[in-house]
Each structure stands twice: as C-alpha cells, then as structure tokens.
Design a protein around this ligand. Structure first.
Ligand code: S3P
Length: 171
C-alpha cells in the first residue's frame, strides 16, 4: 500500500481531511509544513520574512522528497507543493495524489481570519486567491492525473471528503 498524498490550494482542508483519513485507516499523518517549520526552527511567516519564499520552497522540496520515501502514511502538503515538477514526481512515485478543490469565495471565507499564510497577507486577499488559483490550476491538474483525482470539498465535512477518498482508492 502506498502513501495517500493530499495537495490543493490553501484552505481546501488538506490538514483536516488527512487527519480524518489517518484516523479512519489507522495510518500515520504527516504535515509537510510542520516538518519545514521544525527544520527551520521558525514559523512559516518568519521563514518568509527572514529568508524569502525561494528559501521556503527549497526546504519544502527537501522535506517532500524525504516524505515520499515513506510507506503507508498520509501526507498533507502545503498549497504550493505542486509548483515544482520535481516535487510532484517524488510525491507521485511514492503514493496516490489527491487534489482537494474549492472555489475562491469559499477559500476566502475559510482563510480570512488566519494570519499564518504570508501569501494572503495582502490588501485584497480574495483578488490574490483568484490570481493564484488561476495560475496554479494547471499544476494541480498535472499533479493529480490518473490514478489520482480531484475531489470537491465545498459544503462537505472533512469526514465526508475523507470517506469518499477512501472509497476511490485504486488498491
Ligand atoms: C502556501 C501554502 C501554505 C504554506 C505556505 C505557502 C502556498 O500551506 O505552505 O504558506 O504557496 O500555497 P497551506 O496550503 O497548508 O495553507
């Protein structure tokens, strides 16, 4: 059995859904962002402020490559994990990649009170979400081509989304 890897935009519920899958299946759940924070010894906003986004992406790639070598774990990635082809190749080699989906307004509603996402700390977060979603769409599509798949999350609980993912596993 391979890993179950969740990708998707910020606020699509990757952390909550991966925790549910791990719980339902008795699997270990690993958050790539948490691993990055542990290694850097600082929070994500602090990493972006002190070293810039490129440094964060390098650390993220290192963590994703290592996590892809694990077996039978649920991996919850950061929203930008799909931006590098090498990350996607590593994640797909170790597991099934599932992309969580939601629309811009829903993502805005879910993330608006959170200050832990440097990319959304701008004057017009909804506009930024729309731009980033459009720019990243092709990356998410490439990451979850078969046997992976997209799954809609709007109006559904993490438990429901997790349950559907488990019924669609190809193994
Ligand atoms: C990012 C998403 C964040 C985190 C960082 C960058 C992105 O993770 O990795 O702030 O580029 O979309 P979440 O998707 O868990 O918010």
């Amino acid at each position: 059995v391979k890993n179950i890897v969740l990708v998707g935009f910020m606020g699509t519920g990757k952390s909550a859904v991966s925790a549910e899958i791990a719980h339902l299946r008795g699997m270990e759940c690993i958050e790539s962002d948490e691993e990055v924070v542990r290694r850097a010894g600082m929070s994500i906003p602090e990493i972006f402020a002190a070293h810039g986004e490129a440094y964060f992406r390098d650390l993220e790639s290192e963590v994703l490559r290592e996590l892809s070598g694990r077996r039978e774990v649920v991996i919850s990635t950061g929203g930008g994990a799909v931006l590098r082809d090498g990350n996607v190749a590593a994640l797909r080699s170790g597991g099934l990649v599932v992309c969580l989906d939601a629309g811009a307004e829903e993502i805005y509603a879910r993330t608006r009170t959170c200050t832990n996402r440097p990319l959304l700390q701008v004057e017009d977060p909804l506009g930024r979400i729309r731009e980033l979603l459009a720019a990243r769409r092709p990356h998410y599509e490439r990451a979850c081509v078969e046997p992976g798949f997209f799954i809609a999350t709007e109006g559904r609980t993490p438990r429901e989304v997790a349950g559907e993912i488990l019924t669609r596993l190809p193994w």
